[in-house]
Design a binder for this molecule. Sequence first.
Ligand code: EPZ
Length: 458
Amino acid sequence: MFSVDAINKTSEQQYLAVKGSCQLSGHLKVSGAKNSALVLMAASLLTEEKVELKNIPSLTDIDFMSTILIKMGVEINRELHTLFINPKEFYDVTLPGELVHCLRASFFCIGPMLARLGKAKIPLPGGCQIGSRPVDEHIKGLKALGACIKTEKDMITANILDGNKRLKGANITLNYPSVGATETILMAATLAEGTTTIQNAAQEPEVKDLINMLNSMGALITGEGSPILKIEGVRKLNGCSHTAIPDRIEAGTFLIAAAITRSNLLVGPVIKEHLTSVLEKLKECGCEIIEEKENYLKIIPKEIKGVDITTSPFPGFPTDLQAPFMALMTTAKGKSTITETVFEKRMQHVKELQRMGANIQLNGSIALIEGSDQLKGTNLTGGDLRSCAAIALASLSSEGQSIIKGLHHLDRGYEKFEQKLNKAGANISRNQSRVNKNVQLKNELGMHHKLGIKQEAA
Ligand code: EPZ
């Protein structure tokens, strides 16, 4: 079992030292998809039989989800990138608050808990660095399936109405093609009585990956890859062995690492249909992309020029690559406009890139960029997972060294980030921040925050 504090504390006290003007070569290996793995782990609660999940990345988010499931009685063992899950003894229906607030994706457990046990108690996941992240679409869907949902003091209590044992199939239309809401409703509907349709469903590859796993467990889901999903409820689901898809966001991040350092690089394995919009934009801004064997892509950056992007649900340009792509645009020739439409606060990287000398004007969620080749390394802090990746990429190409803090964000979504880049020629070291003795003492005596003492990096 992992202690959340220990995981967070370690990364919080660390920083990366990144040497700039870097050239990459060789290849960057892509791990399993974080945003598949998390929901696949929740889906394992739908059966009493053993589930084996392969190609699961080693990330703090996966550790958090494992800790949550173990606290509820599930047995989980890990061997390298495979999880062996035995959900037979899953009995506790109250998710621990402090863990839910660390990992929003733990909210994915509400659907399976309701479907299998008929009840669930889960803290309302709050907002996070990128937005308010409401769950109203999840709740609306579960209510349509016959759940009674009460929210008192940020605790959601859900159970199945008038003593029925099962949820009831329903026709549900989402106001927004929410990935999480689609996945919550999908999982709950697999064990409902009757047929469920979801209109305006999310079409992200991770949703399709979940559908493939559920169908391999005996679910009857059709329409994957389209905005209309149909689920015929069944009485029970069996165990399975399922391999998660490669992480398209990590792959996109590594392709952008090649582009921003003007390096020819192999990246893979990828499923290129998961990256169509990203590959189009990389080609449009001046990169040649060649398909290689074993699902690798070769990227050959030429002269990089500014292009405009607007994020949108799949198959549009993914919001998770908006920050890394903006880093690339700050080094491109000419102007570009980046418009974020999915999350309302996903521009934390802008101020850090501006501190490196990037020319960005931000107006709400629209960034106007004038590219230059004058980025300078400096002390930087990542404010969320993808912003952290973005400033790390910018540091690779800038002049001089950068110190990057906020690694507890980065370690949530990128497995062995600096090790993989160093294997391709980067020069990045991970260091422990030295808190000076005086501050350490005041920290321990709890005087720190009162005295407003600034901690010094190493
Ligand atoms: C998933 O988050 C991913 N996380 C996110 O990845 C990703 O950015 C996002 O999908 C969009 O692709 C996981 O899969 C664990 P949404 P999710 O529900 O499900 C609004 C990363 O960096 N909305 O599609 O939370 C919401 O406010 C993370 O890896 C409602 O209004 O995304 C947002 O504006 C970040 N009501 C929009 O929909 C709801 O009930 C998209 O959210 C649900 C969502």
